[in-house]
Design a protein around this ligand. Sequence first.
Ligand code: NAI
Ligand code: MG
Length: 323
Amino acid sequence: MYNITVIPGDGIGKEVIKPTIDILETLNTKFDFVYKDAGKECYEKVGSNLPEDTINEAKNSDSILFGAVTSIPQQKSAIVTLRRELDLYINQRPIKSYTDDNIDFTIIRENSEGLYAHMEEDYGDETIAFRKITYNGCQRIIKYAFEYALKTNRKQVTAAHKSNVLPLTDGIFKDTFYNIAGDYENIKSNDYYIDATAMYLVTNPERFDVIVTTNLFGDILSDEAGGLLGSLGLIPSANIGEKTGLFEPVHGSAPDIAGLNKANPTAMILSSCLMLEYLNQQEEADLIRNAVEEIIKEDKIKTPDMGGNNNTQEVANAILHKL
Ligand code: NAI
Ligand code: MG
């Protein structure tokens, strides 16, 4: 029995969590789901977008499933704070197309520092955001990227950075990358500037196997990868630290479609597969992923973001039916 904290959040976060839990409940693996609040609606109710009680429950669970939250002006982001509170320094985002063999790579994004360190200062007519890059932060994420490549039989790790303009912060990142690459003889290593990476992602996605990058760059590249696959509603993610893991879709709360029952649940459902793998439930993860893959390949039941007319529940039902 696994203890799972479920944080549905706002907007389509809530809409994609529900069918995901329904799917998990059909498995042989058993879960105790404990629901906790975070996000904008939570802020409006209790005056905090990330109550202590949510953080404590998350810290004491085996894993966390997170929908999405709507940001609130002047408030620190609930998800960024939660990642930091739990020291989830790895953000792993597999980008795999089930219809185009050229697209199959994983973005490994540093998840705890960079421009997301919540260090902004107001100097009156000047505001400054600090970009924090540490040796330790670079080492642990880059080492993870190479270990991930080894474990998943990937052939190459690419570093994406901007060391021409940021010679100190991204200089550390690039130097650390090649220092660590030296320990992995059987894995190819190369690097591109982030702007070129963004272009190659569209023109030559087959160039990529594992991409390791800093926080903001990884955030931008993963939404771009959503465009490459045809919808942001297809990309799952794992946030991993030494003690626990939080699994969430790459997308946000999508206020433009919230409440319309149109959200594609695939990203959230595939995020639960990453959770199952993290909990060593590989067979169960494969079961769900194969069902999702079949539905996508059949190309019949799909939400509007994929060019279809089906709603969230119909896609979930199709997956449940396969299971
Ligand atoms: P978004 O990811 O919510 O939406 C971007 C676009 O993709 C929208 O057109 C949306 O309709 C579409 N989309 C996203 N997920 C979809 C799905 N599952 N099915 C179909 N279409 C989908 O990003 P946006 O609009 O920039 O931000 C909305 C809110 O979400 C903001 O308050 C933002 O701060 C927050 N956000 C939260 C995140 C999190 O909780 N981890 C991550 C990203 C944004
Ligand atoms: Mg993002």
